[in-house]
Design a protein around this ligand. Structure first.
Ligand SMILES: [Zn+2]
Length: 503
């Protein structure tokens, strides 16, 4: 039988189809684009103007004045977010904090403002977008000790508080502290995203939060993170925005389309995995933006509200401008005139596309072997046949705590010289379209190779040595949404105690 001959043009197009069949997980979701387009620079500007109008939002300022101070500010944030959507559950989380240290010079009521948009399919899994609404004016400060003695000062220049007394902080509590950039900018982004995103539905729960007491030592975030840990909440990601309002630094360095994402210094930690996701998704939806992943906990020697969440074991990053103006920080000059609203708007959009992508995607696959009952085999060739589901890391952690075998990832050498990977879904499987394997050199900060393997729970990479590359896996939803990547990280060897015989 004679087969019909394909024309060369047809051949070419067929080949192209095969060669460039779009990896389904690399798409953009038109719904997320639509949301992004609704982020309004005018609204962000109006929020910033209002936040600046409270005179100060210092946590220690008078909370009872209806127009000025921390009380008026938090009431306005609460009411404003309540107006966005009846589906948004807005509340104060209140903590009574005892007098301590220099900055908390009396017992104080601290209110975090929280707006929850419950998810439809995985309401227990949360994605947080956060900032802090409190502000600070340090007044005229004594010269930094370090600078005076000629030692390098690690704090932001002009912000050293080493020589300040309780009396100084008391005096400063009512000074004008507009805090429009620090951190009105983050709070404006949180509020605007609460407004836009509450018009839509997501699989996971979105939490929009503005913390208090950041300037007193991350107090509001520390209490909130501890509360979440105690309640066993599943927080998949915290995107904490702090200082996202300036695009020209005090030294003139500029960058209106770059944002820094601080995670930590541990390779393939959940925080780093989240920062890679921010880059991947952020730059995909906003190709004009550069997302600069900084594998450091924060700006050197300085702090932010993402850290208490990391310390409680949640994946959290700091979203921040690379171009700060130290002269205005914690001063009366931290005003709208001294910042860039278009820049804040762009960074808000990065938050939106990342949070929306996560909240519409499956959970990251689980790769740790479930603890086995009875005696477990040893040796790194043993790939556990984990088939169960659920909160495996918690189980594994508990097993290790009881003195059981250390949890290990389900990765092995297959026939000897291959990479054999196993994983399982963590969450509903019916919405998962398939999985992709990721691979990179150990020295590379980003995944270099991605292989879509379909809806399977194991895959062998022939002739790939697990001894010299990093490997990970992610789930792709039927809607094209991509989960975070779970990396195969082998636990560090514990220090051994060797018994010797006296001689
Ligand atoms: Zn701040």
């Amino acid at each position: 039988m004679k087969l019909p001959r394909l024309s060369p043009a047809c051949c070419v197009s067929l080949c192209l189809c095969v060669a460039f069949a779009p990896a389904q997980e690399k798409n953009v979701n038109p719904k997320i684009h639509e949301m992004m387009d609704q982020v309004s620079e005018a609204r962000i500007r109006a929020i910033l103007e209002k936040l600046g109008s409270f005179g100060t939002r210092n946590t220690m300022s008078n909370p009872d004045d209806p127009n000025r101070g921390v009380g008026a500010a938090r009431n306005w944030i609460l009411k404003e977010m309540q107006s966005y959507s009846p589906r948004l559950q807005v509340r104060f989380d209140k903590y009574r904090v005892k007098k301590q240290g220099q900055r908390i010079f009396k017992d104080v009521d601290l209110y975090n403002v929280i707006a929850v948009l419950p998810g439809k399919k995985m309401p227990q899994t949360e994605v947080w977008i956060s900032a802090h609404y409190d502000s600070l004016n340090l007044g005229t400060r004594p010269a930094a000790q370090g600078a005076a003695s000629g030692e390098p000062s690690i704090g932001a220049p002009g912000n050293t508080t080493a020589n300040m007394t309780v009396a100084d902080f008391e005096r400063n509590a009512e000074l004008p502290a507009p805090g429009v950039c620090d951190d009105g900018s983050g709070t404006a982004a949180v509020m605007e995203l609460a407004r836009v995103m509450s018009q839509y539905e997501f699989d996971k729960t979105l939490v929009f939060v503005s913390f208090a007491g950041e300037e007193q030592g991350l107090v509001g975030a520390t209490l909130q993170a501890a509360k979440a840990r105690k309640a066993n909440e599943t927080i998949e990601a915290v995107l904490n925005n702090d200082i996202i309002g300036t695009d020209v630094a005090g030294n003139g360095r500029t960058g209106n389309s770059v944002v820094n994402i601080y995670s930590d210094e541990t390779t393939d930690s959940p925080n780093q995995a989240l920062s890679r996701y921010v880059k991947e998704i952020g730059e995909r939806y906003l190709p004009g933006m550069k997302v600069n992943t900084v594998f450091m906990g924060d700006r050197l020697g300085r702090g932010g509200d993402h850290t208490p969440f990391q310390l409680e074991g949640f994946a959290a990053v700091r979203v921040s401008t690379p171009n700060e103006i130290y002269a205005n920080q914690h001063h009366a000059t931290d005003t709208l005139e001294n910042m860039s609203v278009p820049y804040t708007t762009r960074v808000a959009k990065v938050n939106l596309v990342v949070a929306a992508s996560l909240a519409l995607a499956p959970k990251a696959p689980a790769v740790m072997a479930l603890p086995r009952q009875g005696g477990a085999g040893r040796g790194d060739a043993a790939v556990a046949q984990g088939a169960g589901r659920g909160a495996e890391s918690a189980n594994a952690g508990a097993a290790a705590g009881r003195g059981g075998r250390r949890p290990t990832p389900m990765i092995g050498r297959g026939s000897g010289y291959d990479a054999l990977l196993r994983w399982r879904a963590d969450g509903p499987e019916e919405d998962i379209q398939g999985y992709a394997i990721l691979m990179r050199q150990t020295t590379s900060p980003y995944w270099e190779q991605e292989i879509y393997v379909g809806k399977v729970n194991t895959y062998t990479l022939k002739d790939v040595s697990i001894d010299e590359v990093k490997l990970g896996v992610k789930a792709i939803g039927k809607n094209g949404g991509e989960s975070l990547v779970t990396a195969y990280v082998y636990p560090a060897r514990a220090k051994a105690e060797i018994e010797t015989v006296p001689q």
